[in-house]
Design a protein around this ligand. Structure first.
Ligand code: F6P
Length: 545
């Protein structure tokens, strides 16, 4: 069964949501709380160690009912069955989307094109486990017989961001091995990293699903040449392994078949950290922690599959995102984790969300006449408070913000934790309530200022408030809770893609730039410029001069 192809704007719910928006947009969040004493309870979800409070959003119960109706009319439930059923929902690339099979610890059988993929998945997991353990305990050694100390992941996009984000997020659980990430084709990136490394004790993991990505291949070649120059070609086999679905290309590159960790075309790059792409996670955190990460994600998948939409975290958060994007016409969404460990989460989610749902042609092949993919950005709190929060509080743009915080810190410094979380709660409260003229006036009057000065300052100190936030309060940052959090965003991407009637799992948009870069590189090599616009010609001439 193919995915539904319903234009969301033609549904009854859409029309009703448009009318309803005219009412809601005039209401202040404070008023919504005042008129419904049960609001905080009604608009929150408790699940495992997650507490999701979405009551500080510019919605009421009718909004939620209508959004749920939209999900129904666009046949979300049917689409979920098609997705989990292993059908080819990535239609433009002719692939199933089954990264969820990688974390389904209970499955005996997952059929993709009538083939049960579970035995193969189990085999690769066993290979990851064995290899990780042998690297961690020093059984596998470098060319001079020394145990490995440094692991270098060479990849880009989904072959970099996931492992980089997770290893940083779970650094608390990390073992003695140092882990590095080389992604950018900027030579300074690879050379800066190589400078720190010792050939005797470094393991390179070249991660590329296609094994055709310019950045990754260039960096892998540079790293290999560096290694050969210092050691020898014969020793390469002990220091280079690869993760790819293109076995032949890896072999052609010079990595032995035994040293290849396969993945499958039904695992999209930006959803691949659960596969062997997560090898650096498993090595630096230990396989058990990698499994826990997968288990957390699986629990979220079960929640997503089995929970009525009203109580379903990915569904509810996806619907809110649509509400702001399509009815409030919000241009972007901020994601603010109150944990320094989650420093890279917004960057990781930028790929997941923006590469997936940055589409303007619908599933019928027609250009859409409504907004799709949201712009995601963010930084950890409290740093973000001292950077861009001013604009969220008092700027002209509506920016729905998601606050992610943890009840318990990892090092257990309660004094710091209380300060961090006091800020976490205070910001969402301030964004919602703002500060009225009356309140500012009362405050200024205590400051011994002239009436003239008070009147001068007054307009600048007023905060309108009514800025929507969603709070995700999680018990603690663990491999399980991080797995669940990532899977929550993944499922939310799916929901939004279904409702927007777009294909979320291809990324043709990034191809054009790659093709043009190849053409220009060729011309730069030969110093012979081809046909370009005047601006590009001038820039290239300046570069070559
Ligand atoms: O940027 C496009 C993209 O294809 C991403 O989707 C992918 O994660 C990245 O490039 C890297 O691709 P690969 O793993 O094939 O090197």
């Amino acid at each position: 069964m193919a995915l539904p192809t319903i234009n969301p704007t033609t549904t009854k719910a859409w029309k009703k949501l448009s009318d309803h928006h005219e009412i809601i947009k005039r209401k202040h969040l404070k008023e919504l709380f005042e008129t419904n004493p049960q609001r905080a309870e009604q608009l929150s979800i408790s699940w495992n160690d997650f507490y999701v409070d979405f009551s500080k959003n510019r919605i009421d119960n009718t909004t939620m009912e209508l959004l749920l109706q939209l999900a129904e009319e666009t046949k979300l439930k049917e689409a979920m069955t098609t997705y989990f059923g292993g059908e080819t929902i990535n239609q433009t690339e002719g692939r199933a989307v089954m990264h969820t099979a990688l974390r389904n610890s209970t499955a005996q059988e997952v059929l993709i094109e009538e083939i049960n993929v579970i035995p193969e998945v189990a085999q690769v997991k066993q290979k990851i486990k064995t290899f990780s353990e042998q690297i961690i305990n020093g059984e596998l050694k470098g060319h001079t017989g020394k145990a490995f100390t440094d692991i270098v992941n060479i990849g880009i996009g989904g072959s970099d961001l996931g492992p980089a984000m997770v290893t940083e997020a779970l650094e608390f659980y990390k073992n003695h091995l140092n882990v590095h990430f080389i992604s950018n084709v900027d030579g300074d990136h690879v050379h800066q990293n190589l400078k720190k490394l010792n050939t005797e004790t470094t393991l390179f993991i070249v991660v590329s699903k296609s094994f055709g990505t310019q950045e990754t291949l260039s960096n892998a070649i540079t790293a290999r040449n560096w290694f050969i120059d210092k050691v020898s070609k014969d020793a390469v086999g002990k220091h280079f392994v690869a993760v790819s679905s293109n076995i032949q290309k890896v072999v052609d590159f010079g990595i032995e078949e035994d040293n290849i960790f396969p993945l499958w075309d039904w695992v999209g790059g930006r959803f691949s950290l659960w596969s062997a792409v997560g090898l650096s996670i498993s090595i630096s955190l230990g396989y058990d922690n990698f499994e826990k990460l997968l288990e957390g994600a699986y629990q979220m998948d079960v929640h997503f599959k089995d929970t009525p939409f009203k109580e379903n975290i990915p569904v509810v958060l996806a619907l809110l995102s649509i509400w702001y994007n399509n009815f409030f016409e919000a241009e972007s969404e901020a994601i603010i984790p109150y944990s320094q460990y989650l420093h890279r989460l917004p960057a990781y989610l930028q790929q997941g969300i923006m590469e997936s749902n940055g589409k303007s042609v619908d599933r019928n092949g027609d250009r859409v006449d409504y907004q799709t993919g949201t712009i995601i950005w963010g930084e950890p709190g409290t740093n973000a408070q001292h950077a861009f929060f001013q604009l969220i509080h008092q700027g002209t743009k509506l920016i729905p913000a998601e606050f992610i915080g943890f009840k318990k810190s990892l090092f257990g410094d309660q004094e710091h934790q209380d300060k961090l979380m006091a800020n976490f709660f205070a910001q969402t409260e301030a964004l919602m309530n703002g500060k009225s003229k009356k309140e500012v006036l009362a405050e200024l009057e205590t400051k011994n200022l002239s009436q003239e000065k008070i009147e001068q300052l007054l307009p600048f100190k007023v905060f309108d408030g009514n800025k929507p936030t969603t709070t995700l309060l999680i018990d603690q940052l663990t491999p399980e809770s991080l797995g669940a959090l990532i899977a929550m965003y993944e499922q939310r991407i799916f929901v939004q893609g279904i409702i927007w009637n777009i294909f979320s799992y291809d990324q043709w948009g990034v191809e054009l730039g790659k093709q043009l870069a190849d053409t220009i590189l060729n011309e730069v090599d030969k110093k012979e410029l081809g046909k370009h616009d005047d601006s590009t010609i001038n820039l290239l001439k300046y570069y070559l001069s």
